[in-house]
Design a protein around this ligand. Structure first.
Ligand code: SF4
Length: 404
């Protein structure tokens, strides 16, 4: 595992869909901004993934990549704190995908819940392709390439992390074995000193006999702190906790993120395809116009008709943006017809415009200088490639394709 602390590494990517909206901001980007201060984060634009479904019309991909990157930066994702890159600029993703494809049973991919699902949803496209079938494996390669221990995902993506875990397990099982593994692991334990050795053994026992996950985590942390053992020994001991061979590719954990609470203008989920969104860099005028024309409780036809917030999409926005006092004012005013719908929408408009102010400011800098984004992405690709090469070196070695 080299000097990589997997538990500290986070990997996340997004398909380049062009400009993002407030649903992405509240659902994903705000979380990234938080994570970038807590972990070593790799955030990438999944342009190859876009090709798995848009191979017949790739004309938009490039433009979409730039627009999306500006949105990331506008949201506060910081290239000084996280590594930002474009997948295709790190060709190691493709090599690991290929190598892992050798050991991936076809059934795992065919059974992936999204495989049939997406084919049904995108009926107008011919998705009976090799690339589309393999996209969960490409995702696994994306994660394993950085030996990332944490992958922020929504509940619908957990199955992809699960496949990745199975692939890592299979890989470690096939290639992590070496002659004399146990003897070498035992010798390595001794090198940690008496106290640590005793602790390691007891944690290992707790994990193996009782399945105690906390013991597993503590043992991993203990190994991370050891100065006296070589990198090879550390890998052995990581694997020895679980009983197998060396852990060449650590199994990632899903870092469950709450589904975005951001509703669309019509009360459905905010989505580009429903046309019910507010763009992340929408101008204040457009925000105002979009909110002013939002539908409200259909029972409230005239200003004098009382309404019911629970039946109104504007209320959903108040849940995201308003404080307790404003919400109280809405509830009472709506039900008694004390306030009009335009009055009610005003605090929402103000809150969104206020939220977007710093985003606009940050975006302006990047919108006017594409060179700046090119430089960020170039640097990000270099950093990502460094990490990726380390992994691939070990993977090639393990699979016997090294010629030196
Ligand atoms: S007053 Fe507010 S909550 Fe009530 S119907 Fe109008 S917009 Fe909706």
């Amino acid at each position: 595992m080299g000097s990589v602390d997997s538990q500290q590494r986070v990997l996340s990517g997004m398909r380049p869909t062009g400009r993002l909206h407030l649903g992405h901001y509240h659902g994903v980007l705000k979380n990234w901004v938080k994570l970038q201060h807590e972990f070593e984060c790799f955030f990438f634009v999944a342009d190859w993934h876009a090709l798995t479904t848009s191979y017949d019309d790739p004309s938009q991909i490039r433009e979409n990549v730039w627009e999306m990157l500006i949105d990331w930066l506008a949201a506060g994702v910081n290239p000084g704190s996280a590594t930002l890159f474009v997948q295709s600029q790190v060709p190691e993703h493709a090599e690991l995908h290929l190598l892992l494809s050798m050991i991936t049973p076809l059934g795992w991919l065919e059974r992936a819940p999204t495989y049939k699902d997406q084919q049904d949803k995108l009926r107008e496209k011919d998705l009976a392709t090799y690339g589309f079938l393999g996209y969960p494996l490409l995702q696994s390669a994306d994660i394993l390439l950085y030996r990332a221990g944490k992958v922020p995902v929504g509940a619908d993506q957990v199955s992809h992390v699960e496949i990745t875990r199975e692939i890592a397990r299979r890989f470690n099982h096939l290639y992590g074995r070496e002659p004399g593994f146990e003897e070498q692991a035992e010798a390595a334990i001794v090198k940690m000193g008496k106290k640590n050795a005793r602790l390691y053994r007891s944690l290992k026992r707790r994990y193996q006999e009782e399945g105690d996950m906390e013991a597993l985590e503590t043992a991993r942390a203990l190994l991370g702190e050891q100065q006296n053992i070589s990198l090879g020994d550390r890998e052995r001991l990581y694997g020895y906790i679980e009983g197998g061979g060396k852990v060449l590719l650590p199994e990632p954990q899903a870092l469950l993120t709450d589904a975005s609470k951001m509703p669309g203008l019509d009360g459905q989920k905010m989505s580009k395809s429903y046309g019910n969104f507010i763009g992340l860099r929408e101008s204040p005028d457009t925000v105002e116009q979009k909110v002013r024309t939002m539908p409200t409780d259909p029972q409230r036809v005239r200003r004098t008709d009382p309404g019911e917030p629970e039946k109104c999409p504007v209320w959903e926005f108040h849940k995201v943006y308003s404080d307790e006092a404003t919400r109280e004012w809405v509830q009472t005013g709506c039900r008694s017809a004390g306030i009009g719908c335009l009055d009610c929408k005003k605090p929402v408009i103000d809150a969104i415009v206020e939220e977007q102010r710093p985003l606009h400011e940050r975006a302006r800098e990047y919108e006017s200088s594409p060179d700046l984004i090119h430089a960020i992405i170039q640097e990000g690709a270099d950093q990502a490639r460094d990490a990726a090469r380390d992994t691939l070196e070990e993977v090639r070695e393990a699979m016997g394709v090294v010629y030196r």
